[in-house]
Design a protein around this ligand. Structure first.
Ligand code: 13P
Length: 236
């Protein structure tokens, strides 16, 4: 069964998130769909969603603390209020736009893994690295595993080439297969692909060798489209 995840990024309000989660939850239950579905709304939209299906709500980011003086951040004190136990770590937007270093990412990973959180850990290379070929791409990706315990039980990996994120340019089947193959040989964990996954390519991508599901931004934000994505992959 595939793992299908929606990353809202900075989209949806508290009200539209609640309606999205409710619709997906009802859809999964009424159709007895057993795919693992993850939704990552904004922190302001977190709530006790009390879902009845195999839909899990996670957080896109949090700081590695229980509470304290970290202006603008949230910690487990805020996550516990809503029973959130799933977190995205290492997303390229946090690495490249928000300036998170591998060191700070590894620290966050250690903190949340010690608490048993389900971690979706993202890796992926920028265009200038991809253009140097597979060997350089893999070298770059290996650097993103520095300080990361890849034997951690509750780990899901997501390969998201930076040049494919939000650009409409999906990696080719060959690109995906070749990178996934090498990662899978080294790390025996579910591995999602992300980067311009859409309603009409999700089935093909999720059927590839070494692909265990998809982490989706843009194409997942309309609830009807996300339902279609789930529908298109439910029997894989
Ligand atoms: P897009 O699906 O918009 O390319 O975003 C992918 C992504 O970054 C998911 O985390």
């Amino acid at each position: 069964m595939p793992i299908i995840a929606s990353n809202f990024k900075t989209n949806h309000t508290r009200a539209t998130t609640a309606s999205f989660v409710k619709k997906i939850d009802e859809f999964l239950k009424s159709n007895s769909i057993s795919s693992e579905i993850l939704v990552f709304p904004t922190a302001t939209a977190l709530d006790k969603f009390e879902t009845v299906s195999n839909l899990t709500v996670g957080v896109q980011n949090a700081y590695g603390v229980q509470s304290g003086s970290y202006t603008g951040e949230i910690g487990t004190c805020q996550l516990d209020e809503f029973d959130i136990k799933t977190i995205l770590i290492g997303h390229s937007e946090r690495r490249h736009i928000l300036g998170e270093t591998q060191e700070s990412i590894a620290k966050k990973y250690e903190f949340y893994s010690n608490l048993g959180y389900k971690i979706v850990y993202c890796i992926g290379e920028p265009l200038e690295v991809k253009e140097q070929g597979l060997e350089k791409t893999l070298e770059y990706i290996y650097e993103q595993f520095v300080g990361i315990d890849t034997n951690y039980d509750n780990l899901i990996l997501a390969y998201e080439p930076v040049w494919a994120i939000g650009t409409g340019v999906t990696a080719t089947v060959e690109d995906i297969i070749s990178v996934h193959k090498v990662i899978k040989e080294k790390i025996n964990k579910p591995l999602l692909y992300g980067g311009s996954v859409k309603v009409d390519n999700v089935q093909e991508i999720c059927s590839l060798d070494g692909v265990d599901g998809a982490l989706i931004g843009t194409a997942s934000w309309k609830v009807e489209d996300f339902i279609q994505i789930i529908e298109n992959t439910k029997d894989l």
